[in-house]
Design a binder for this molecule. Structure first.
Ligand SMILES: *Cc1c(COP(=O)(O)O)cnc(C)c1O
Length: 416
């Protein structure tokens, strides 16, 4: 166990060490990472970095001390509500999709208890729903009914319907779901929830800053946002394809009345009135201010053009994968998410293809499954290198022929 250094180190020395440490990190700056960091381009960096400098130290714990952060939160939530057609929607900023989902699940539990006397709350979801719902159920004591997806990877409404009952606090749908990028049948799922008076969450952590702009540029989509009757909450991550730095998401409720089930207010201790909108106490102002600035820097036009490029790039990726012998794409991806698999008769190990890609060009995909696939979140940053990527992918598929890796582990997220 190493102790902290006795004598302070200079900025130059620290930056040098960090630069060396970072040299092994994923190279998102040159479009080689299909996930985790979404690069909105040089002007977005400039804006975010300038704002980060002035908001580095601020704390949104108390918006009486920092009224600017109260305004920032309210404006960001308002713009997001407008994108998602939530005329009466109200919400809060959170640190990310997971926290937004934790808030939605907690709110659904409180609502079921208050309005229907539910003491043993349950969630009904598809197996494609994000792991964060299971985390929330584990934290907050809800029982999960998990249902297999259909052949097209969408939620199975009929089977989920059989599991909805008087204890159901929440039904979940995703727009799109993360693993294969398809949009669940949101109106049908929302109707299931409405039937018993339960809440309906639409996980648009990935889609929240893509689907609205797809619609705006003329791409037809199934209904999924607050225009759907019965949708009570939506999560949308600004730190994904909203192109803001990490630590920014929005959780919206259909109205202010429903929002009250999310919050925690307490004054029975020696420190005074404590009101908190989400899971945090002390709350970094930096990601909130950066998200506020990046959203306005891009504006609707900036998002529309990035969305157009992203969707074109996703199409190139899907067509490219399908033209390579031995590879296939699962389902029909509708937005920016793609799952790349080996064809059944090829004998290829898709994880070996992933390793070959990493070695040849420093390309980084998450491994996911079941079934074994490489996951791609396409964003505008991948556009300039997509042709190069497809050349390397073809070569990687050849190089991996006959290779079977012993390590079958997947790696969406890791501990240490
Ligand atoms: C990313 C993601 C989440 C979780 O968000 P984090 O910001 O990583 O906590 C939840 N749902 C979907 C569909 C996602 O893509």
């Amino acid at each position: 166990m190493a102790a902290l250094n006795q004598h302070g180190k200079s900025k130059d020395e620290l930056l040098e060490t960090l630069t060396a440490k970072r040299s092994r990190d994923a190279r998102w700056q040159d479009g080689r990472t299909f996930g985790m960091v979404y690069d909105g381009g040089p002007s977005v960096h400039e804006v975010a970095e300038a704002v980060a400098q002035i908001y580095l130290h601020e704390n949104a714990l108390n918006t009486q001390a920092f009224p600017s952060l109260g305004e920032i939160q309210s404006e960001v939530c308002g713009w997001t509500a407008s994108l998602l057609h939530g005329e009466t929607a109200a919400g809060f900023m959170t640190s990310g999709g997971t926290e937004s989902i934790l808030c939605a699940v907690k709110a659904a539990r409180e609502r079921a208890k208050a309005e229907r006397g539910v003491t043993e709350p349950e969630i009904v979801l598809a197996e494609s729903a994000h792991a964060a719902f299971h985390k929330a159920a584990y934290y907050f004591g809800l029982k999960v009914h998990k249902v297999a997806v259909l052949d097209d990877f969408r939620a199975d409404v009929d089977t989920m319907g059989k599991l909805v009952n008087s204890n159901t606090a929440l039904v979940v749908g995703s727009a799109p779901q993360y693993p294969q990028g398809v949009i669940d049948p949101i109106p049908e799922l929302a109707a299931l929830a409405a039937r018993v008076g339960a809440s309906m969450h639409v996980d648009a952590c990935m889609g929240g800053f893509v689907l609205p702009f797809m619609e705006q540029i003329g791409i037809e989509l199934p209904p999924w946002d607050f225009r759907v009757e019965g949708v009570t909450t939506i999560s949308a991550d600004i730190h994904k394809l909203g192109y803001a730095p990490k630590g920014a998401s929005v959780i919206l409720h259909a109205n202010k009345h429903l929002r009250q089930y999310q919050t925690f207010v307490f004054d029975q201790w020696l420190g005074g009135f404590y009101a908190s909108p989400n899971m945090q106490g002390t709350r970094a102002g930096l990601p909130m201010a950066c998200a506020w600035a990046v959203m306005q820097h891009l504006g609707l036009e900036g998002y529309q053009s990035r969305t157009r490029t992203t969707i074109e790039t996703r199409k190139k990726l899907v067509d490219g994968v399908r033209s390579i012998p031995g590879l296939r794409v699962l389902g029909e991806p509708e937005a920016q998410l793609v799952a790349i698999a080996a064809t059944e008769d090829s004998g290829l190990d898709i994880f070996a293809v992933g390793d070959a890609l990493k070695q040849s060009g420093g390309w980084f995909h998450d491994r996911q499954g079941p079934p074994d696939t490489l996951h791609a979140t396409v964003s505008v940053g991948n556009a300039p290198v997509i042709d190069e990527y497809l050349v390397d992918l073809r070569a990687a598929a050849s190089a991996a022929t006959g290779v079977r890796l012993d390590d079958r582990s997947t790696n969406y997220a890791t501990l240490e």
